[in-house]
Design a binder for this molecule. Sequence first.
Ligand code: 5AD
Ligand code: SF4
Length: 437
Amino acid sequence: MKRVWIETYGCQMNVVDSETVMAILCGTGGFERASDVRDADVVLLNTCSIRDNAEERVWHRLDELGALKKRRQGTVLGILGCMAERLREQILTERPAVDLVVGPDGYRSLPELLAQGGGVNTELSKEETYAEISPVRLDERGVSAFVSIMRGCNNFCSYCVVPYTRGRERSRDPQTILREVGELFAAGYREVTLLGQNVNSYTFEQVDFPELLRRVAAVSPLLRVRFATSHPKDLTDRLLEVMAATPNICRAIHLPAQSGSTRMLELMNRKYTREWYLDRIAAIRRVMPDCAISTDVIAGFCGETAEDHAATLSLMREVGYEFAYMFKYSERPDTVAARTMADDVAEAVKTARLAEIIGLQNELSLASNRRDVGREFEILVEGVSKRSSERVFGRTSQNKVVVVGRFGADGAEHRAGDYLRVRVTGCSSATLQGEVI
Ligand code: 5AD
Ligand code: SF4
């Protein structure tokens, strides 16, 4: 039995991919999970190329693992995921310690390649969805799991490397999704997050995304259903209506704006305007007034002026986001932006704009959390608080973390997977404090 250690970089999709890789390897009967990298026979890094700093972390880690490999002769070192796809040649020439380079669509070939001590497979596929493989969950808490419903991306936002590293968009057979979700629920999971680069364009035979969501939510009223990511251009009223009619579909939508300036959105090839985006926000508010909205924002994209930046800040204020992921633009080789536009916002200006965006978001998150003080929510408990063994934390439907006492009035312990009714009693910009009612 060979012991496998896998480290995951980047997005939630990579978490599922790592779990899929473990399922493929463990399914052969020849591999098991290592409990420590130092005991592993096979060390895999599942990598991300979305921004330069994500790649930098992996290069750095590779140097450390190269040293480990010298001490443990025979360890196989593999690079998986987007960096494998994008930088195969560079990895093979500059890092001789690497034995295995496999891109996002090549994981089924891992057992065969590992049997040979390594190899390369960066073939992209138009069909591969790993549909029938049930990922081996790496998170031991066992309350919340990610479920991949599609792979790849066809949108070609001009800054983004994903369509090149993960290939064309394809949807997974809904039968296999429903089977996997059913298995998760039976195993005690109480929340699934359906994942795709653009879930709103999910389509498989007669099933579109709202219909898939409805079927997944029907697995059990005790199962919470989330999804990410929605592209604003494809967010339909029908999706909102299905959400509103189904209490166990969570009241949270991640709707990346990227910029508040229509001029920037056009250069980014986002295919919507500021007005269109705000119309979608108005639709969400109309159908689900209690829905949380979060976003991704990029600071300092090619040609961004002070005025464009101000438009992003004003959009953020106008929407009043609950939460945001915020980034400095990082030029990715071979994307349309890298080929045709100048990365001309000075680093210091990017830094200053990002700081302003982060400062504003902290303000908006705090304001949103303050509005929740005094209100009641149902939370799904995820575990004991890291700060205090006397407290547990869980999330509201809106995806906000609430910390409450670990024991009820009767002394009974609240455990991961329990639903609790709570009243919010206080907050910071990051979390809510509450009491069980
Ligand atoms: N530079 C900075 N941020 C990027 N993102 C994607 N590509 C880049 C890039 N080149 C961000 C977008 C996307 C999120 C997943 O990562 O905001 O929504
Ligand atoms: Fe990248 Fe745009 Fe596809 Fe998201 S939708 S993965 S930002 S190309």
